[in-house]
Ligand binder design. Sequence first.
Ligand code: NAD
Length: 480
Amino acid sequence: MKLQNYINGQLVEPVAGQYIDNYNPATGEVYSCIPDSDEQDVELAVKAAQAAFTAWANTTAEKRGRILMRIADLIDQNLDRLAEAESIDNGKPLKLAKTVDIPRASSNMRFYGTAIQHFASEAHYMEGTEAINYTVRHPHGVAGCISPWNLPLYLFTWKIAPALAAGNCVVAKPSEVTPMTAYLLSEICMEAGLPAGVLNIVHGYGHKVGAAIVSHPKVPVISFTGGTTTGKSIAATAAPMFKKLSLELGGKNPNIIFADCDFDNALYTSVHSSFANQGQICLCGSRIFIERPLYDKFKEAFVEKVKALTVGDPLEDGTKVGAVVSEQHMQKVLSYIELAKEEGGTILAGGHQVQVEGRCAKGWFIAPTIIEGLSAECRTNTEEIFGPVVTLIPFDAEEEVIEYANCTAYGLSATIWTQNLTRAHRVAHQLHSGIVWINTWLLRDLRTPFGGMKSSGVGREGGFEALRFFTEPQNVCVKL
Ligand code: NAD
């Protein structure tokens, strides 16, 4: 299957006619190819977006919302097809794609399709001076949206939906590693009647297509989700051009378990928060800190549960852990397991590649891995691995675990398990994490600000924050 770019309402070949192999990570085989686009394709996309902008910006919020909701309905109607495509493209268990990724993609569309109808600006009446200031929020024009491979359609729509709802036209680039559902979305947008040029999807490599979007002078706003190193290079290009930037970057999230926690809930959820999507969710808790009196009990039960997770064919029902996204990523994760051993870590479970029988014999699988015996400051515990690997670290005091939790350059999310709510709040407020969960994980309300502190990013997505990001406020002062 040959994927195509979606530019000016049409599916088109890349100008240079070059393609990139697209792999199924569960089989290790090429199963489709995607456009190896370059700045010429980005130029066409930007031109189409510019041409569509005035009409789209002047379309009523209600009508824009209605089209987004039609896209949401079509995503729901194509749930099975999209979920299977996501699972094949990414390696994630089909069940996960069906219950999390794809439903969330339609929720994103529906959420912003309705949110824009409730988005209001402010007015400030100046007593004594008899004047009114009111704020108009203008869409920027062409927004650039760049997304990663771990939650492909979920994160792609999380950016596109608010950008479009706010009246921008979009040039978007999905990850070249997982392009399939973005391609299927372009078909859905055509069916939904999204006007030509309002959304343009250009496939290809980050250093070509991504860089061309970021450096394009007619794209004044960039929303990016991906690695911290990529974010740094995007910021270096965009800052001197005075572009507005939203950067959602890497994480190294602490999962803090106090001895008084609801043990079964903490245990069950920690298995999930460690290994869901093969540990390739930016919000996964990769460092588990356990209060010493509970350490041995938790460790024993956790190792037993993790060893029982079925690693295998993502399309099979019983599979809990699918393939990691690429051979290159598998090698990166395995190299971190070697590093952990060099740093003195003990492997309690996993620690190796898994050979799956049958059709997946050449796929890229890693056994869920648990490591103990490392300091909180070592490289294994401070660098992002982004795979099915967690470490266990005991602690004695609250101040100590706060210091451990905060000792990385990242600050995306954190989880706290305790029945003592006073302590839970006290600890939460001292964590340098943009998102804190207490006695739960990954419970998301789309109205809340989403994003990281420190090297985990700049700005917040979610709710009205994203609509503010995708609009330019203008103050108009009227003397009465
Ligand atoms: P990545 O940074 O390699 O790529 C992300 C996207 O950027 C891809 O589409 C890629 O093609 C593009 N890109 C690469 N180089 C570029 C450049 N120079 N200019 C413009 N675009 C470029 O990240 P990845 O490996 O796809 O994703 C994994 C990373 O994403 C992890 O670090 C993970 O923590 C992070 N992530 C963060 C969040 C969050 O919300 N904070 C969510 C998911 C993933």
